[in-house]
Write a protein that binds this ligand. Structure first.
Ligand SMILES: C[S@@+](CC[C@H](N)C(=O)[O-])C[C@H]1O[C@@H](n2cnc3c(N)ncnc32)[C@H](O)[C@@H]1O
Length: 488
């Protein structure tokens, strides 16, 4: 049996013994051997000399074992000095066995049983091990939200970065423990790539390090299949203090499948003009037409979530026919390009503004663009927009985003043009470059590139009405806005 096969057997045995509550609390989702191999393959190996390696949250040591095996094969003269940190005493014996298995004349392994976050941020000094910087950090960190008042969050304040999630905390402490030019390779959820929560973390990551490779998985379900994790994961490689003109983006369906690759200019991955520092990960050519230099704010518009949270407004939810009721619009009323109301969607279709508080949840008559905040994984599109137009006030439910002008409607041609643009294939592809999840946030909408108001109105006035097929939308968008051009 090989080292990785023995480690894999320990992984399966350890998983079977885990207490489910503890497993979820400590984010114990161990990396299968083939995925560990893929992570180890992204490490930049020197030909000789030594490599001081950190494996924080090491579990049974799958990443360390994969690295040791690769070094033995490809760079047998390199001396490995590995520190593995693990918090859970019930996992430690497995890890110790893997480290013993890895150790040899050119491989030195040390196990630190303790808390990586408090240990490495200096609040509790577990050992002196973490004080000396590393050449390489490999990690599959635990995931979990970190509350604003949590001890970890407080411990991290010393680093000056706000980390909303454990994995971000591990990553920050990982690369802060690197020598200049050192590398971190980490498998993490894709959620860091966009969204406001991770903004501070992204800025820190992209300042302290430079991304040189990103691997994505097309399937959410394969990597941690035997631990039941359904999460879009990516593997990132970043170099402390580095600077690269390009990033190698690779992608495979699962961790056992062949990868395809594309060399992407760094300026496409993180746009220099983007204040949010979204990390756009795509293999597709998601170039946009030239005439798309605006965002919503340039058009005097903004996006907000619908005001009606239905379980908090139960007393005002009624049937559409009830006297005095105004339309209540849910995502179920949104079809590609048009709203169907009332519709039999097992949701109340009317809203009775009986009190001032209820009245404040309405928006005035007019034309609005509504966008679903969540799409199902099976849906072909992520961005699904429709125009709502009415002569009465309307209530938008909270699972919708609404585009408006200071709380008022838009002129019809602008609303229709904007809706067609948001429903184009060009924009859906573009959206996927920075968002891995099925959620479309109001912030995402505020940053999407748009044609000018004039072009959008031309687009809106070219719409013949009625239901529109995707191909027809794309044809009309191309006729007005032009076709996509690749960045120079
Ligand atoms: C997602 S698992 C990954 C394990 C291993 N790196 C792998 O790839 O299989 C995360 C590991 O981190 C450990 N862990 C969680 N919180 C920790 C902490 N604060 N300090 C050290 N280890 C921690 C868990 O017990 C678990 O073994």
């Amino acid at each position: 049996m090989t080292l990785s096969a023995r480690t894999e057997a320990r992984r399966v045995a350890a998983l079977a013994e885990l207490d489910p509550r503890r497993q979820s609390k400590l984010g114990q989702f161990f990396t299968p051997a083939r995925a560990a191999e893929l992570i180890a393959s992204m490490v930049r190996l020197p030909k000789s000399g030594s490599l001081r390696v950190l494996d924080p949250g090491a579990g049974v040591g799958s990443l360390t074992a994969a690295l040791v095996e690769r070094v033995a094969r490809e760079a047998p003269d390199v001396l490995l000095d590995i520190v593995a940190v693990e918090l859970d005493p019930s996992v430690v014996p497995y890890l110790q066995r893997t480290l013993d298995d890895c150790a040899g004349p050119t491989v030195r392994c040390r196990l630190v049983e303790g808390d990586f976050i408090t240990g490495s941020s200096g609040v509790i000094d577990v050992t002196g091990e973490l004080r000396d910087p590393f050449d390489l950090v490999v990690m599959n960190p635990p995931y979990g939200k970190l509350g604003a008042k949590s001890d970890y969050r407080r411990a991290l304040q010393a680093t000056g970065v706000e980390c909303p999630n454990l994995y971000a905390a591990f990553l920050v402490l990982g690369y802060l423990n690197l020598v200049e030019g050192g590398q971190v390779v980490a498998i993490i959820p894709r959620s860091f790539a966009n969204g406001t929560y991770f903004g501070d973390f992204r800025r820190h990551l992209l300042t302290a390090t430079a991304l040189d490779r990103i691997h994505t998985f097309e399937s959410r379900s394969t990597v941690f299949a035997d631990t039941g994790v359904l999460q879009e994961n990516v593997i990132i490689s970043a170099i402390r203090g580095g600077a690269f003109e390009t990033v190698l983006v690779t992608s495979s369906v699962g961790h056992e499948d062949e990868a395809v690759e594309r060399v992407v200019p760094t300026s496409e991955v993180v746009k220099p003009s983007d204040p949010h520092r979204f990390v756009r990960i795509t293999l597709e050519d998601a170039a946009l037409p030239d005439r798309t230099g605006c965002v919503l704010a340039d058009l005097g518009l903004t996006a907000s979530t619908g005001r009606v949270v239905d379980f908090r407004a139960r007393q005002w939810l009624v049937d559409a026919e009830v006297d005095g009721a105004v339309p209540l619009v849910y995502p179920g009323n949104v079809r590609l390009g048009r709203t169907e109301w009332p519709r039999a969607i097992r949701k109340p279709q009317g809203f009775l503004p009986e009190t001032e508080a209820a009245d404040r949840l309405l928006v005035p008559p007019g034309s609005y663009v509504v966008i679903k905040r969540f799409s199902s994984k099976e849906e072909r599109r992520r961005v699904v927009a429709a125009v709502w137009e009415s002569e009465s006030p309307v209530a938008f439910e909270n699972h919708l985003n609404v585009i408006h002008r200071s709380g008022q409607g838009l002129d019809t041609h602008l609303a229709v043009g904007l809706c067609m643009w948001l429903n184009s294939t060009v924009i859906d592809r573009y959206f996927r470059t920075f968002s891995g999840h099925t959620q479309v946030n109001a912030t995402d909408l505020r940053t999407l590139p748009l044609p000018s108001a004039q072009d959008l109105r031309r687009l809106g006035s070219s719409w013949p009405g009625g239901s529109t097929e995707q191909a027809e939308i794309d044809r009309m968008v191309e006729a007005v806005v032009g076709s996509a051009v690749r960045a120079a």
